[in-house]
Design a protein around this ligand. Sequence first.
Ligand code: UD1
Ligand code: UDP
Length: 367
Amino acid sequence: MSPTASHHVVHVTGARPNFPKAAPVIRALSSHGIRQVLVHTGQHYDPVMSEVFFQQLGLPEPDVNLGVGSGSHAHQTAKVMTALEDMFIADPPQLVVVYGDVNSTVAASLVAAKLHIPVAHVEAGLRSFDRTMPEEVNRVVTDSLADLLFTTSPDANVHLGSEGVGADKIHFVGNPMIDTLLSNLEIFDADAIKADLGLVEPYLVATLHRPANVDDPVQAAAVVAALHQAADRRHVVIPLHPRGRASFEAAGLMDHASITVIEPLGYVEFIGLVRGSAGVITDSGGVQEETTMLGVPCLTLRPNTERPVTITHGTNELVTEQTLVTHLDAIINGRRTFDDVTPPLWDGHAGERIAVVIARFLEDARS
Ligand code: UD1
Ligand code: UDP
Protein backbone atom coordinates (compact mmCIF):
# COMPACT_ATOMS: atom_id res chain seq x y z
CA MET A 1 0.00 0.00 0.00
CA SER A 2 1.55 3.28 -1.07
CA PRO A 3 0.60 6.46 0.78
CA THR A 4 1.94 8.89 -1.85
CA ALA A 5 -0.89 10.03 -4.16
CA SER A 6 -3.39 12.66 -3.03
CA HIS A 7 -6.61 10.63 -3.27
CA HIS A 8 -6.77 7.74 -0.89
CA VAL A 9 -8.94 5.70 1.42
CA VAL A 10 -7.82 4.96 4.99
CA HIS A 11 -8.92 1.72 6.68
CA VAL A 12 -8.80 1.84 10.46
CA THR A 13 -8.39 -1.51 12.20
CA GLY A 14 -7.11 -2.37 15.64
CA ALA A 15 -8.72 -5.34 17.35
CA ARG A 16 -8.97 -9.04 16.45
CA PRO A 17 -12.47 -9.00 14.95
CA ASN A 18 -11.56 -6.09 12.63
CA PHE A 19 -9.06 -8.09 10.62
CA PRO A 20 -11.30 -10.77 9.04
CA LYS A 21 -13.80 -8.00 8.17
CA ALA A 22 -11.26 -5.70 6.56
CA ALA A 23 -9.38 -8.30 4.51
CA PRO A 24 -12.04 -8.87 1.79
CA VAL A 25 -12.82 -5.15 1.52
CA ILE A 26 -9.16 -4.23 1.02
CA ARG A 27 -8.72 -7.03 -1.50
CA ALA A 28 -11.80 -5.99 -3.49
CA LEU A 29 -10.87 -2.29 -3.47
CA SER A 30 -7.42 -3.14 -4.85
CA SER A 31 -9.01 -4.43 -8.02
CA HIS A 32 -10.73 -1.02 -8.45
CA GLY A 33 -7.30 0.62 -8.47
CA ILE A 34 -8.10 2.66 -5.38
CA ARG A 35 -5.12 3.74 -3.30
CA GLN A 36 -5.47 2.47 0.22
CA VAL A 37 -3.71 3.12 3.51
CA LEU A 38 -4.09 0.59 6.30
CA VAL A 39 -3.92 1.84 9.87
CA HIS A 40 -3.54 -0.53 12.82
CA THR A 41 -4.31 1.37 16.00
CA GLY A 42 -2.49 -1.18 18.15
CA GLN A 43 -5.57 -1.77 20.34
CA HIS A 44 -4.67 -5.47 20.15
CA TYR A 45 -0.96 -6.17 20.06
CA ASP A 46 -0.14 -9.71 21.21
CA PRO A 47 1.03 -11.64 18.13
CA VAL A 48 -1.84 -14.15 18.58
CA MET A 49 -4.39 -11.32 18.73
CA SER A 50 -3.03 -9.39 15.77
CA GLU A 51 0.00 -10.38 13.69
CA VAL A 52 -1.24 -13.90 13.04
CA PHE A 53 -4.29 -12.49 11.22
CA PHE A 54 -2.09 -10.47 8.89
CA GLN A 55 -0.07 -13.59 8.10
CA GLN A 56 -3.06 -15.85 7.56
CA LEU A 57 -5.57 -13.55 5.85
CA GLY A 58 -3.32 -12.05 3.18
CA LEU A 59 -3.70 -8.60 4.71
CA PRO A 60 -0.99 -6.13 3.71
CA GLU A 61 1.36 -4.93 6.44
CA PRO A 62 -0.21 -1.90 8.12
CA ASP A 63 1.17 1.36 6.72
CA VAL A 64 0.93 2.85 10.19
CA ASN A 65 0.72 1.31 13.65
CA LEU A 66 -0.42 3.84 16.24
CA GLY A 67 0.65 1.56 19.10
CA VAL A 68 -2.09 2.73 21.48
CA GLY A 69 -2.22 -0.54 23.48
CA SER A 70 -4.59 -1.22 26.37
CA GLY A 71 -6.22 1.27 28.70
CA SER A 72 -9.54 2.48 30.02
CA HIS A 73 -12.15 3.32 27.39
CA ALA A 74 -11.43 7.03 27.51
CA HIS A 75 -7.64 6.62 27.50
CA GLN A 76 -7.63 4.12 24.67
CA THR A 77 -10.17 6.02 22.55
CA ALA A 78 -8.42 9.34 23.14
CA LYS A 79 -5.03 7.95 22.13
CA VAL A 80 -6.47 6.67 18.85
CA MET A 81 -8.20 10.01 18.28
CA THR A 82 -5.19 12.25 18.80
CA ALA A 83 -2.94 10.08 16.66
CA LEU A 84 -5.48 9.85 13.84
CA GLU A 85 -6.25 13.56 13.94
CA ASP A 86 -2.59 14.39 13.34
CA MET A 87 -2.45 11.87 10.53
CA PHE A 88 -5.67 13.01 8.80
CA ILE A 89 -4.72 16.69 9.03
CA ALA A 90 -1.29 16.00 7.51
CA ASP A 91 -2.74 13.99 4.62
CA PRO A 92 -6.55 14.02 4.49
CA PRO A 93 -8.07 10.89 3.01
CA GLN A 94 -11.17 10.97 0.80
CA LEU A 95 -12.85 8.35 2.94
CA VAL A 96 -12.21 6.57 6.24
CA VAL A 97 -13.45 2.99 6.46
CA VAL A 98 -14.17 1.60 9.94
CA TYR A 99 -15.15 -1.91 10.98
CA GLY A 100 -17.43 -3.38 13.63
CA ASP A 101 -17.88 -1.91 17.08
CA VAL A 102 -14.59 -1.63 18.92
CA ASN A 103 -13.06 1.48 20.49
CA SER A 104 -10.82 2.02 17.45
CA THR A 105 -13.97 2.15 15.29
CA VAL A 106 -15.71 4.92 17.22
CA ALA A 107 -12.48 6.87 17.71
CA ALA A 108 -11.75 7.00 13.99
CA SER A 109 -15.35 7.94 13.17
CA LEU A 110 -15.32 10.89 15.58
CA VAL A 111 -12.04 12.23 14.25
CA ALA A 112 -13.04 11.89 10.61
CA ALA A 113 -16.48 13.43 11.12
CA LYS A 114 -15.02 16.51 12.82
CA LEU A 115 -12.53 16.95 9.98
CA HIS A 116 -15.41 16.64 7.48
CA ILE A 117 -13.95 13.43 6.06
CA PRO A 118 -16.66 10.94 5.04
CA VAL A 119 -16.90 7.71 7.04
CA ALA A 120 -17.89 4.26 5.77
CA HIS A 121 -19.01 1.83 8.47
CA VAL A 122 -18.73 -1.85 7.66
CA GLU A 123 -21.16 -3.90 9.79
CA ALA A 124 -23.50 -0.99 10.51
CA GLY A 125 -26.90 -1.15 12.19
CA LEU A 126 -26.41 -4.10 14.55
CA ARG A 127 -28.14 -3.46 17.85
CA SER A 128 -28.29 -5.40 21.10
CA PHE A 129 -30.33 -2.54 22.65
CA ASP A 130 -28.10 -3.01 25.68
CA ARG A 131 -26.25 0.21 26.43
CA THR A 132 -24.26 -1.48 29.20
CA MET A 133 -22.19 -3.05 26.41
CA PRO A 134 -19.38 -0.71 25.31
CA GLU A 135 -19.85 -2.05 21.78
CA GLU A 136 -23.47 -0.84 21.65
CA VAL A 137 -22.36 2.71 22.47
CA ASN A 138 -19.67 2.45 19.79
CA ARG A 139 -22.20 1.18 17.22
CA VAL A 140 -24.77 3.89 17.85
CA VAL A 141 -22.22 6.71 17.76
CA THR A 142 -20.43 5.36 14.68
CA ASP A 143 -23.66 4.87 12.75
CA SER A 144 -24.87 8.36 13.59
CA LEU A 145 -21.69 9.79 12.03
CA ALA A 146 -21.27 7.52 9.01
CA ASP A 147 -21.96 8.53 5.42
CA LEU A 148 -21.94 5.01 4.00
CA LEU A 149 -23.49 2.29 6.15
CA PHE A 150 -22.83 -1.29 5.04
CA THR A 151 -25.17 -3.79 6.68
CA THR A 152 -24.85 -7.54 7.11
CA SER A 153 -28.49 -8.42 7.78
CA PRO A 154 -31.93 -6.96 7.03
CA ASP A 155 -32.66 -6.18 10.71
CA ALA A 156 -29.76 -3.73 10.65
CA ASN A 157 -31.47 -1.77 7.87
CA VAL A 158 -34.61 -1.59 9.99
CA HIS A 159 -32.68 -0.28 13.00
CA LEU A 160 -30.93 2.39 10.97
CA GLY A 161 -34.18 3.44 9.34
CA SER A 162 -35.86 3.82 12.71
CA GLU A 163 -32.93 5.94 13.92
CA GLY A 164 -33.47 8.31 11.01
CA VAL A 165 -30.58 7.29 8.76
CA GLY A 166 -31.47 8.05 5.14
CA ALA A 167 -32.08 5.00 2.95
CA ASP A 168 -29.61 6.37 0.38
CA LYS A 169 -26.76 5.91 2.86
CA ILE A 170 -27.59 2.29 3.74
CA HIS A 171 -26.26 -0.59 1.65
CA PHE A 172 -27.22 -4.17 2.48
CA VAL A 173 -24.16 -6.01 1.21
CA GLY A 174 -23.86 -9.21 3.25
CA ASN A 175 -21.09 -10.14 5.65
CA PRO A 176 -17.40 -9.63 4.86
CA MET A 177 -16.39 -11.79 7.84
CA ILE A 178 -18.21 -14.61 6.10
CA ASP A 179 -16.31 -13.80 2.87
CA THR A 180 -13.15 -14.55 4.83
CA LEU A 181 -14.61 -17.77 6.22
CA LEU A 182 -15.81 -19.04 2.85
CA SER A 183 -12.63 -18.13 0.98
CA ASN A 184 -10.54 -20.14 3.47
CA LEU A 185 -12.88 -23.14 3.87
CA GLU A 186 -10.40 -25.54 2.29
CA ILE A 187 -7.64 -24.77 4.76
CA PHE A 188 -9.59 -25.13 8.03
CA ASP A 189 -8.22 -28.51 9.07
CA ALA A 190 -10.03 -29.93 12.09
CA ASP A 191 -7.84 -33.06 12.11
CA ALA A 192 -4.62 -31.05 12.22
CA ILE A 193 -5.62 -28.96 15.23
CA LYS A 194 -7.11 -32.00 16.99
CA ALA A 195 -3.79 -33.81 16.53
CA ASP A 196 -1.84 -30.75 17.73
CA LEU A 197 -3.91 -30.52 20.90
CA GLY A 198 -4.24 -34.29 21.41
CA LEU A 199 -8.04 -34.04 21.30
CA VAL A 200 -10.47 -36.88 20.94
CA GLU A 201 -13.96 -36.23 19.57
CA PRO A 202 -16.49 -35.28 20.67
CA TYR A 203 -15.33 -32.04 22.23
CA LEU A 204 -16.69 -28.52 22.78
CA VAL A 205 -15.00 -25.16 22.22
CA ALA A 206 -15.57 -22.19 24.53
CA THR A 207 -14.55 -18.55 23.94
CA LEU A 208 -15.60 -15.88 26.42
CA HIS A 209 -14.36 -12.33 26.79
CA ARG A 210 -17.30 -9.94 27.30
CA PRO A 211 -16.83 -7.64 30.30
CA ALA A 212 -20.24 -8.77 31.61
CA ASN A 213 -18.98 -12.38 31.79
CA VAL A 214 -15.35 -11.99 32.79
CA ASP A 215 -14.70 -8.73 34.66
CA ASP A 216 -16.68 -9.24 37.85
CA PRO A 217 -15.27 -12.07 40.03
CA VAL A 218 -18.75 -13.24 41.14
CA GLN A 219 -20.04 -13.44 37.58
CA ALA A 220 -16.78 -15.05 36.39
CA ALA A 221 -17.23 -17.73 39.07
CA ALA A 222 -20.80 -18.40 37.87
CA VAL A 223 -19.55 -18.75 34.28
CA VAL A 224 -16.74 -21.07 35.38
CA ALA A 225 -19.26 -23.23 37.30
CA ALA A 226 -21.36 -23.51 34.11
CA LEU A 227 -18.26 -24.44 32.09
CA HIS A 228 -17.43 -27.13 34.66
CA GLN A 229 -20.95 -28.55 34.21
CA ALA A 230 -20.38 -28.61 30.46
CA ALA A 231 -17.02 -30.33 31.03
CA ASP A 232 -18.79 -33.04 33.09
CA ARG A 233 -20.42 -34.00 29.77
CA ARG A 234 -17.81 -33.27 27.11
CA HIS A 235 -14.18 -32.20 26.94
CA VAL A 236 -14.08 -28.37 26.65
CA VAL A 237 -11.21 -26.58 24.88
CA ILE A 238 -10.86 -22.90 25.72
CA PRO A 239 -8.57 -20.63 23.68
CA LEU A 240 -8.68 -17.99 26.38
CA HIS A 241 -8.89 -14.29 25.51
CA PRO A 242 -6.40 -12.35 27.67
CA ARG A 243 -9.17 -10.25 29.19
CA GLY A 244 -10.61 -13.15 31.22
CA ARG A 245 -7.47 -15.02 32.12
CA ALA A 246 -6.97 -13.68 35.66
CA SER A 247 -10.62 -13.81 36.77
CA PHE A 248 -11.23 -17.27 35.28
CA GLU A 249 -8.04 -18.66 36.78
CA ALA A 250 -8.99 -17.19 40.16
CA ALA A 251 -12.40 -18.86 39.84
CA GLY A 252 -10.74 -22.25 39.30
CA LEU A 253 -11.41 -22.70 35.58
CA MET A 254 -8.52 -25.12 35.19
CA ASP A 255 -9.59 -27.26 38.18
CA HIS A 256 -11.43 -29.75 35.99
CA ALA A 257 -9.78 -32.67 34.22
CA SER A 258 -11.90 -32.19 31.10
CA ILE A 259 -11.04 -28.54 30.54
CA THR A 260 -8.07 -27.59 28.37
CA VAL A 261 -7.14 -23.92 28.47
CA ILE A 262 -4.86 -22.69 25.69
CA GLU A 263 -3.65 -19.36 24.34
CA PRO A 264 -5.82 -17.66 21.71
CA LEU A 265 -5.41 -19.48 18.41
CA GLY A 266 -4.63 -18.16 14.96
CA TYR A 267 -7.71 -17.72 12.81
CA VAL A 268 -7.09 -20.80 10.67
CA GLU A 269 -6.44 -23.05 13.66
CA PHE A 270 -9.40 -21.60 15.57
CA ILE A 271 -11.92 -22.18 12.80
CA GLY A 272 -10.45 -25.66 12.26
CA LEU A 273 -11.05 -26.36 15.97
CA VAL A 274 -14.62 -25.04 15.79
CA ARG A 275 -15.34 -26.98 12.61
CA GLY A 276 -14.42 -30.27 14.29
CA SER A 277 -16.32 -29.54 17.49
CA ALA A 278 -19.69 -30.83 18.70
CA GLY A 279 -20.68 -27.33 19.77
CA VAL A 280 -19.45 -23.93 20.89
CA ILE A 281 -20.08 -21.91 24.03
CA THR A 282 -19.33 -18.25 23.41
CA ASP A 283 -20.07 -14.59 23.93
CA SER A 284 -18.20 -13.54 20.77
CA GLY A 285 -20.02 -11.71 18.01
CA GLY A 286 -17.99 -13.18 15.17
CA VAL A 287 -18.17 -16.74 16.49
CA GLN A 288 -21.99 -16.62 16.51
CA GLU A 289 -21.79 -15.89 12.79
CA GLU A 290 -19.06 -18.40 11.95
CA THR A 291 -20.83 -21.29 13.71
CA THR A 292 -24.01 -20.43 11.81
CA MET A 293 -22.19 -20.84 8.51
CA LEU A 294 -20.33 -23.98 9.61
CA GLY A 295 -23.51 -25.60 10.96
CA VAL A 296 -21.95 -26.04 14.40
CA PRO A 297 -24.36 -25.62 17.35
CA CYS A 298 -23.68 -22.39 19.22
CA LEU A 299 -24.71 -21.53 22.78
CA THR A 300 -24.29 -17.82 23.40
CA LEU A 301 -23.85 -16.96 27.05
CA ARG A 302 -25.53 -13.56 26.89
CA PRO A 303 -28.98 -12.11 27.57
CA ASN A 304 -29.17 -10.60 24.07
CA THR A 305 -27.52 -10.61 20.70
CA GLU A 306 -27.04 -7.90 18.09
CA ARG A 307 -26.95 -10.75 15.56
CA PRO A 308 -30.48 -12.26 15.71
CA VAL A 309 -30.07 -13.60 12.18
CA THR A 310 -27.79 -16.27 13.68
CA ILE A 311 -30.80 -17.50 15.66
CA THR A 312 -33.44 -17.22 12.91
CA HIS A 313 -31.15 -18.47 10.12
CA GLY A 314 -28.48 -20.31 12.04
CA THR A 315 -27.38 -22.49 14.91
CA ASN A 316 -27.32 -19.93 17.69
CA GLU A 317 -29.27 -19.94 20.97
CA LEU A 318 -29.03 -17.55 23.91
CA VAL A 319 -28.37 -19.23 27.25
CA THR A 320 -27.63 -18.29 30.83
CA GLU A 321 -25.24 -19.97 33.26
CA GLN A 322 -28.32 -21.73 34.64
CA THR A 323 -29.76 -22.99 31.33
CA LEU A 324 -26.50 -23.80 29.55
CA VAL A 325 -26.41 -27.52 30.39
CA THR A 326 -30.05 -28.11 29.48
CA HIS A 327 -29.35 -26.68 26.02
CA LEU A 328 -26.11 -28.61 25.83
CA ASP A 329 -27.87 -31.87 26.67
CA ALA A 330 -30.34 -31.23 23.84
CA ILE A 331 -27.39 -30.92 21.44
CA ILE A 332 -25.64 -34.00 22.84
CA ASN A 333 -28.83 -36.07 22.63
CA GLY A 334 -29.50 -34.95 19.06
CA ARG A 335 -32.72 -33.17 20.00
CA ARG A 336 -31.67 -29.93 18.26
CA THR A 337 -32.16 -29.67 14.54
CA PHE A 338 -31.43 -26.78 12.22
CA ASP A 339 -33.00 -25.65 8.99
CA ASP A 340 -30.51 -25.70 6.17
CA VAL A 341 -30.79 -21.97 5.51
CA THR A 342 -28.11 -19.32 5.67
CA PRO A 343 -28.59 -15.60 6.23
CA PRO A 344 -29.29 -13.68 3.03
CA LEU A 345 -26.23 -12.47 1.10
CA TRP A 346 -23.78 -14.38 3.28
CA ASP A 347 -22.38 -15.69 0.04
CA GLY A 348 -18.71 -14.70 0.04
CA HIS A 349 -19.12 -11.54 -2.05
CA ALA A 350 -19.78 -8.79 0.49
CA GLY A 351 -16.31 -7.25 0.05
CA GLU A 352 -16.88 -6.90 -3.68
CA ARG A 353 -20.26 -5.22 -3.13
CA ILE A 354 -18.73 -2.82 -0.63
CA ALA A 355 -15.93 -1.96 -3.07
CA VAL A 356 -18.40 -1.15 -5.84
CA VAL A 357 -20.29 1.28 -3.59
CA ILE A 358 -17.09 2.90 -2.33
CA ALA A 359 -15.68 3.28 -5.84
CA ARG A 360 -18.90 4.98 -6.98
CA PHE A 361 -18.90 7.23 -3.91
CA LEU A 362 -15.30 8.34 -4.57
CA GLU A 363 -15.99 8.96 -8.23
CA ASP A 364 -19.07 11.08 -7.39
CA ALA A 365 -17.05 13.02 -4.82
CA ARG A 366 -14.33 13.81 -7.40
CA SER A 367 -16.72 14.91 -10.14
C1 UD1 B 1 -12.18 -5.60 22.45
C2 UD1 B 1 -13.48 -4.92 21.99
C3 UD1 B 1 -14.59 -5.95 21.92
C4 UD1 B 1 -14.18 -7.13 21.07
C5 UD1 B 1 -12.86 -7.70 21.53
C6 UD1 B 1 -12.43 -8.75 20.56
C7 UD1 B 1 -13.77 -2.59 22.73
C8 UD1 B 1 -14.48 -1.71 23.67
N1 UD1 B 1 -13.89 -3.91 22.98
O1 UD1 B 1 -12.38 -6.09 23.75
O2 UD1 B 1 -15.73 -5.36 21.36
O3 UD1 B 1 -15.18 -8.11 21.14
O4 UD1 B 1 -11.87 -6.66 21.56
O5 UD1 B 1 -11.42 -9.55 21.03
O6 UD1 B 1 -13.14 -2.13 21.81
N2 UD1 B 1 -5.04 -7.61 26.10
C9 UD1 B 1 -3.88 -8.31 25.97
N3 UD1 B 1 -3.31 -8.38 24.73
C10 UD1 B 1 -3.82 -7.79 23.63
C11 UD1 B 1 -5.01 -7.07 23.78
C12 UD1 B 1 -5.61 -6.99 25.01
O7 UD1 B 1 -3.37 -8.87 26.93
O8 UD1 B 1 -3.24 -7.92 22.53
C13 UD1 B 1 -5.71 -7.54 27.44
C14 UD1 B 1 -5.31 -6.31 28.24
O9 UD1 B 1 -5.23 -6.68 29.58
C15 UD1 B 1 -6.48 -5.40 28.04
C16 UD1 B 1 -7.64 -6.37 27.92
O10 UD1 B 1 -7.11 -7.50 27.25
O11 UD1 B 1 -6.65 -4.49 29.09
C17 UD1 B 1 -8.81 -5.82 27.14
O12 UD1 B 1 -8.42 -5.35 25.84
P1 UD1 B 1 -9.30 -4.25 25.09
O13 UD1 B 1 -8.79 -4.04 23.72
O14 UD1 B 1 -9.46 -3.04 25.94
O15 UD1 B 1 -10.72 -4.89 25.03
P2 UD1 B 1 -11.17 -6.36 24.70
O16 UD1 B 1 -11.75 -6.96 25.93
O17 UD1 B 1 -10.07 -7.08 24.01
N1 UDP C 1 -10.79 -16.01 16.83
C1 UDP C 1 -9.51 -16.51 16.59
N2 UDP C 1 -8.85 -17.16 17.59
C2 UDP C 1 -9.39 -17.36 18.82
C3 UDP C 1 -10.70 -16.84 19.07
C4 UDP C 1 -11.36 -16.16 18.06
O1 UDP C 1 -9.00 -16.39 15.48
O2 UDP C 1 -8.75 -17.96 19.68
C5 UDP C 1 -11.48 -15.28 15.76
C6 UDP C 1 -12.90 -15.70 15.49
O3 UDP C 1 -12.96 -16.73 14.58
C7 UDP C 1 -13.51 -14.45 14.90
C8 UDP C 1 -12.75 -13.33 15.58
O4 UDP C 1 -11.60 -13.94 16.17
O5 UDP C 1 -13.26 -14.39 13.54
C9 UDP C 1 -13.71 -12.72 16.57
O6 UDP C 1 -13.04 -12.10 17.52
P1 UDP C 1 -13.60 -11.94 19.00
O7 UDP C 1 -14.43 -13.08 19.42
O8 UDP C 1 -12.40 -11.63 19.79
O9 UDP C 1 -14.45 -10.60 18.86
P2 UDP C 1 -16.00 -10.26 18.66
O10 UDP C 1 -16.43 -10.87 17.39
O11 UDP C 1 -16.71 -10.79 19.86
O12 UDP C 1 -16.02 -8.77 18.64
